[in-house]
Design a protein around this ligand. Sequence first.
Ligand SMILES: CSCCC(=O)C(=O)COP(=O)(O)O
Ligand SMILES: [Zn+2]
Length: 205
Amino acid sequence: MTTFTNKWEALADIKDELAARDWFMGTSGNLAIKVSDTPIEFLVTASGKDKYKRTSEDFLLVNASGIPVQNIDLKPSAETLLHCAIYSTTSAGCSLHVHTVANNVISELYGEQGKIDFQGQELIKAFGMWEEDDILTIPIIPNHTHIPYLAEEFKSHIHANKGAVLIRNHGITVWGKDGFEAKKLLEACEFLFQYQLTLRQIQSI
Ligand SMILES: CSCCC(=O)C(=O)COP(=O)(O)O
Ligand SMILES: [Zn+2]
């Protein structure tokens, strides 16, 4: 198999796995996987597609600026610039964006403070945090509708080759060295969000 086909299949498998979790409500979400470093080229989901279905038109190849490199009748995700921000500043190989009820509610509850911290939680080990006093901080940025502006603010929170950023009342974007790591980080975040919401609900009774 060529690198292109390998990456396509890897991203399609991740899409199926996230779809099985029901994380693509109303065509929301977008996914990307890097195919080439020089020049930077990555596969990104086509905009507005039903991401619960697996088709030959699910992804298209774009360059570092998010412009399609193939002459193809598909539009890259409206949020491609966020994936561009990741691949232009890190060595990450995969980036995933999903909207869930849990990540939206957390982003609203903690939106004013601009971040949510997790400490003393086993799952922060997914981010490589193994010490008792380690704190996982997930930034929360406003949901600017102008995507270039959103991407600029998003970019200011990219400080490592893996990470996560919440967009208020919108969703989360995570990135990691490959599809396995990006999915692991996404699942860890969603676990932590659900835990936090469940705890707050019980504490309010
Ligand atoms: C209907 S969801 C609104 C757009 C969005 O936030 C999203 O994640 C999906 O947009 P895309 O262009 O990637 O399909
Ligand atoms: Zn989105």
